[in-house]
Ligand binder design. Structure first.
Ligand code: AMP
Length: 433
């Protein structure tokens, strides 16, 4: 039986809801959408976000926060260590109970999961069956720090929601049509055949941005665009005609740009040195590259958080920011060369959306590439941050990965009876992150 959950004051339209889940190592992020109208059809004007939030700190000091899209609800909760939900399963059970009380009368009719890795064969979202889960489990070695947690969320939700259709939405899927040269490493061929490839990640974010471009900037969408998803995780993607042709991330979510705590591109000789001469084993190297490096490492351990670094004013913080900016500029030039020119640049993610300083430093002096920044628009956080005479359109667009998961889930679970061609698009992005 579908868990039934309540009317959210003032927002009740139908009685069905679609739940998205993003289960990480210590957090469970969720969003609840109004999926279908009173007649059981997908809303013609797009999925309506009802509320979203997260349970984080799992395994330690657990906190919960949630907000409704209409601003009528701003909930917080904290647990004493002894009674806190210990894992994704316990967190989800608590969340279902909470939703039941908050939005009575609604039934969850589909669940969409963010799954970081879809491997070679998933270029589209997929309905979760036992066989699919087993295939995704086999990909754990390719994303050991993310995939197991994503799948723990899947297992918990399949147990909690029984026969409700559940869909895996992949960060890799959007990149699965890369040409060979952007898909391979120059290793012996058998490794490519065995799946050692440049998968690329943040695909849900890039697909969302590509949709917004198609709707709002059709000319640029049809052309050559570089999108910079700059958050705690960071990557860049080259879009040609709205399709990904290259990404700065590769086999794992470590490659490319430096991130909050991840190193980004690194000479593999450094890893050999660390193992052969510093005596680090594989786990220690993984810890170093995933958790101790990036902005945190370069700032001398000060912080992985861009806000903190921008405010710090120490030489190490400044150098961490310098390197972040340098790598983005370098990749921008490289991706523009891949695309043989540039029609638009898009900034998204927590840093891309909110840091005028980073956007300005990335784009300054890029006139040679056809980029003319309008500093006032950029500082004001406008959508268009280039000047009117800029050959390259520069945009600040909030991403919406949950909305993309919801949209893919609605389509893949084949909810409602409206023909696929009229399926709604993802809702407008959230305003802040
Ligand atoms: P995300 O992973 O997309 O949520 O992005 C998180 C990153 O965005 C963190 O490094 C934050 O410090 C950064 N961020 C959020 N707001 C701002 C802001 N106003 N200025 C600079 N960085 C920000």
């Amino acid at each position: 039986m579908n868990p039934v959950i309540p009317p959210l004051a003032g927002a009740y339209a139908g009685d069905d809801a679609l739940l998205t889940l993003n289960s990480g190592s210590s957090s469970l992020k969720f969003a609840l959408f109004d999926a279908l109208d009173e007649s059981g059809l997908p809303h013609a004007d797009g999925l309506q976000l009802l509320l979203s939030g997260q349970i984080d700190g799992l395994g330690g000091a657990v906190r919960f926060q949630a907000r409704s899209a209409d601003g009528t609800l701003d909930a917080h909760e904290q647990w004493p260590a002894a009674s806190a939900p210990a894992d994704a399963g316990a967190a989800l059970r608590w969340l279902i109970d909470w939703l039941r009380r908050q939005v009575p009368g609604r039934a969850v009719v589909a669940v969409g999961h963010r799954v970081v890795h879809g491997g070679l064969h998933h270029a589209e979202p997929v309905l979760l069956t036992d066989a699919v889960v087993a295939r995704l489990q086999a990909l754990v070695p390719l994303a050991p720090l993310h995939q197991p947690h994503n799948l723990a969320g899947v297992a918990a939700a399949r147990q909690a929601f029984g026969a409700v259709p559940q869909v895996a939405c992949f960060d890799t899927a959007f990149h699965r049509h890369h040409p060979f040269v952007n898909d391979c490493f120059a290793l012996p061929r058998r490794f490519f055949d065995a799946g050692v490839r440049r998968y690329g990640f943040h695909g849900l974010s890039y697909e969302y941005i590509a949709q917004r471009l198609a709707e709002q900037h059709a000319q640029q969408h049809a052309g050559r665009v570089v999108v910079a998803h700059l958050g705690n995780g960071a990557s860049m993607c080259a879009l040609q005609g709205g399709r990904s042709v290259a990404s700065t991330m590769g086999f794992s979510a470590l490659d490319g740009l430096p991130m909050g705590t991840r190193c980004g591109q690194i000479d593999p000789g450094v890893l050999l040195y660390l193992m052969q001469h510093e005596g680090l084993d594989a786990d220690q190297v993984a810890d170093l590259l995933y958790k101790q490096s990036g902005l945190k490492g370069l700032s001398g351990g000060l912080s992985h958080d861009m806000r903190t670094l921008e405010a710090a004013g120490t030489p190490e913080a400044a150098q961490a920011i310098d390197y972040f900016v340098f790598r983005i500029r370098r990749e921008l030039g490289g991706l523009a060369a891949v695309l043989q020119g540039l029609d638009a640049v898009v900034f998204t993610g927590g840093i891309g959306e909110n840091s005028a300083l980073i956007r300005e430093r990335v784009l300054e002096g890029m006139g040679w590439l056809g980029i003319r920044l309008d500093a006032a628009r950029n500082r004001a956080g406008a959508t268009v941050i280039s000047s009117d005479d800029s050959p390259v359109l520069c945009l600040r667009l909030p991403t919406n990965e949950e909305g993309m998961i919801a949209q893919q889930t609605l389509r893949t679970a084949a909810l409602g009876r409206r023909p696929a061609a009229a399926a709604p698009t993802a809702p407008a992005a959230r305003e802040s992150r």
